[in-house]
Design a protein around this ligand. Structure first.
Ligand SMILES: *[C@@H]1O[C@H](CO)[C@@H](O)[C@H](O)[C@H]1NC(C)=O
Ligand SMILES: *[C@@H]1O[C@H](CO)[C@@H](O)[C@H](O)[C@H]1NC(C)=O
Length: 374
């Protein structure tokens, strides 16, 4: 009996001690983030304000809608120039990692020591003049090369000398999410899937060289996202609609477009695993946005969604809730009652709820190999 009570009391003492240790660890995690900063390169899916640096909207063309209500309705309560009803995927990474929301790199007079976001609407891996693209009236200069230069311009104010920066950036999280527009810009301007696929090797090698450039600057932890199955997005379903049923897969997505993006993703994965073998010290995380979205399209309810092929905000009575004549933010568009039940917000970009899912899949798996928090 005595033995039992002794071991019981030592068990109680032990678990108290463990709880205290756990509490101390949690406090340490809360006060000291896992990464000292985050840096993101991307397009409209992760732009956190470069479209409107210092409150000045750079586009006056069609896509000025991104600065209008009802963008921002779900989370910020007002438009903040983000292509979402709330947050974009990096916002959820910031929140989970205990970092502030990313400051857009084009903003002036800001402190970038905890991170900077170079992503901008229309961003591409290859050099591309967005003013040549339907819906844009200026060149937003959002190519990877320009985003990389913007990052390098900021580095002295973030970490000082190149040697100091190597140490600093080794403890930062990098996110690289470019490539979708490299295809969309071609396809929407009239290229066939075959024509667009001819540029695939150069698009993939441009992305890979960009990731390697980050490594040269000192990056150690790099998340690289693949491309979403845009053939399931309302914008694609509207622009490339077909009367031939065999152009659609069993989920109602445009088959050939998704085959194109799947091939890009397969090639990207091979290219990144070669890069990983070359730089064994570096942690390249392959962020599998595509598999995540396919799983959601296959079984929306399992992931908390009700509608996957229809946009929440847009022309409600048109197929897929999308029409270029009545885009979200234009006259003739309306907003659904349950934005969180929709995979896409405006038919072109994931909803706040989808972005949260994406970020969680990257942080904890299984949609990043390895997961960020592994
Ligand atoms: C893009 O770069 C060009 C050339 O430097 C410049 O003229 C133009 O104003 C830039 N676009 C924006 C939106 O800043
Ligand atoms: C429909 O598409 C399939 C596959 O792309 C093609 O073989 C077929 O000829 C098309 N049918 C028509 C009526 O265009």
């Amino acid at each position: 009996m005595a033995v039992v009570s002794t071991s019981l009391s030592s068990y109680v003492a032990l678990s108290c001690c463990c709880l205290m240790a756990a509490a101390t660890l949690a406090a340490a995690a809360a006060s000291e983030p896992r990464y000292n900063a985050m840096f993101n390169l991307g397009d409209s899916t992760s732009d956190t304000g470069n479209l409107c640096p210092d409150g000045r909207l750079l586009l006056t063309g069609v896509f000025g809608i991104f600065a209008r209500p009802p963008y921002g309705n779900t989370y910020f309560g007002k438009p903040t120039c983000l292509c979402s009803d709330g947050r974009v995927n990096v916002d959820f990474l910031s929140q989970a990692l205990g970092l502030p929301f990313l400051t857009p790199s084009l903003a002036h007079g800001k402190d970038f020591r905890q991170g900077a976001n170079m992503a901008i609407v229309g961003g591409t891996a290859r050099d591309y003049d967005t003013s040549a693209y339907t819906g844009y009236d200026v060149n937003l200069n959002g190519s990877m090369k320009n985003q990389m230069e913007a990052l390098q311009r900021l580095l002295p104010s973030i970490c000082g000398t190149p040697q100091n920066c190597k140490d600093y950036l080794a403890k930062s999280l990098f996110v690289f999410q470019l490539g979708e527009n490299d295809y969309s810009l071609q396809l929407i301007n009239g290229a066939t899937v075959d024509e667009a696929s001819k540029n695939m090797p150069i698009i993939v090698s441009t992305i890979t060289s960009g990731v390697e450039k980050l490594i040269t600057l000192g990056a150690v932890h790099i998340v690289v996202s693949n491309i979403a199955p845009l053939g399931c997005y309302p914008m694609y379903l509207f622009i490339f609609q077909s009367s031939n049923k065999s152009d659609y897969d069993e989920n109602g997505c445009l088959r050939n477009y998704n085959i194109l993006f799947n091939r890009h993703n397969a090639l990207l994965r091979i290219s990144l695993s070669k890069l990983q073998k070359k730089h064994r010290r570096i942690r390249i995380m392959y962020a599998d946005l595509a598999s995540h979205f396919y799983h959601i399209v296959l079984d929306p309810r399992k992931f908390g969604f009700k509608t996957v092929l229809t946009s929440c905000c847009g022309k409600a009575d048109s197929p897929n809730g999308f029409d270029l004549e009545a885009l979200c933010g234009m006259d003739g568009a309306s907003v659904c009652h349950e934005p969180w039940g929709h995979l896409t917000w405006d038919g072109m970009h994931p909803s706040d709820a989808a972005n949260e899912r994406v970020a969680n899949g990257w942080l904890n798996g299984p949609y990043s190999q390895p997961p960020i928090l592994k």
